[in-house]
Design a protein around this ligand. Sequence first.
Ligand code: DQA
Length: 142
Amino acid sequence: MNIIIVNGPNLNLLGEREPKIYGSESLSEINLWIENHEACTNLNLEFFQSNSEGSIIDFIHSKRKDVDYLIINPGALTHYSYALRDAIISTQFKAIEVHLSDIHDRENFRKISVIKSVCLAQFYGEGKHGYITAIKHILEQE
Ligand code: DQA
C-alpha cells in the first residue's frame, strides 16, 4: 500500500517550535520513528513537508494516480485552506487528518478544520503517535 505523509507550514521547525505544545523531537526524527514502527511493515511510505500551500497542492496532484492514502497534518492551513480541501477531493485517494496538539483545547480558530469533512478521520492531541493511529485506522479499512 502506498501512503504519503504530508506536513504543512512550520512543521519543519518541530523540536524548536513551541516545544511545550509540539514536543522536542524534530520532524526528521518523527518521520524516522514512523518509518521504523512495526505498524508500518509492508507499507510504502513517502514523506513530504512544505511551508507553501501551492507546493503541498502540487505534491498531492503529482501523487494522485499512484497513492492509496494521504495522511496530512496541514498545520495552520487546516483552518482556512479551501484550496487544500479542493485538492484532497480532486484525487482518488482517501485522506486522514492528524494534529500533534489538541486543536479542540486551544484558541477558537484552531477548532475549525476546513478539511475535516473530506477526510476519513481526524486525530489530534496524541503527539507523534497520531500518525500511527492514522496508519492503524487505514489498516482497519483494508
Ligand atoms: C497543528 C495545529 C495547528 O493549529 C497549527 O497551526 C500547527 C500544528 C498540530 O499539529 O497540532 O501548525 O497542526
